[in-house]
Design a protein around this ligand. Sequence first.
Ligand code: ADP
Ligand code: 5GP
Length: 193
Amino acid sequence: MSPEPAHGKLLILTAPSGAGKTTIVRHLLRTFGELAFSVSATTRPPRPGEVDGVDYHFLSNREFLDRVAAGAFVEYEEVYPGRFYGTLHEEVQRIRKQGRTVVFDIEVKGATNIKEYYPEDSLAIFVAPPSEDVLFQRLRDRSTEDDESLRVRIARAGEELAYANRFDRVLVNDDLDTALAEAELIARDFLRD
Ligand code: ADP
Ligand code: 5GP
């Protein structure tokens, strides 16, 4: 399927798990009313406080694979063994048709695919942690993962960090206020173009 002839732009935030994408995306959504979040589908269970249809569309494996077969996804990945995540065409189209900019919180392979699918209208920001050790500490401190999930995320992070220079911008998330201010500047510039 070719990209739809709609008008909103696409702002992609990507990084290893724990680098701070979600924190930065939430700040940008609060700051710029013209942004709207692309709610992905996933087969992982909701974390406490997560709401179906707001944070993710939480699907069973069967539901997810049925949608894959129906061609519903722009991209999808088995990000962790048995855990699928994907971007729905209808989600992106709905937001673009409103003339709003779609914001993605997505891992590096999906981000690469979204960029390839929408080469003209997208900007991809790689959120880099100050170091691997800090990244792992943030993941542990977030206390959302059990030991196995933590292990899998840490194992994947090294590979993901190697993707940094494939994206349009690298945003180092060391001091949070500094990173949020820089993210705002990048987004403001992109929205103005
Ligand atoms: P991601 O969405 O990339 O997995 P999160 O936004 O969930 O990352 O951030 C991971 C954890 O690190 C969260 O607990 C968040 O509050 C914390 N965090 C994010 N940015 C910073 C920062 N600059 N300094 C300290 N902690 C941070
Ligand atoms: P989490 O389980 O921490 O919410 O997400 C795990 C990883 O999957 C994160 O890096 C997140 O950005 C990524 N992710 C979320 N939605 C999508 C999606 O639609 N497609 C892809 N490829 N990755 C996603």
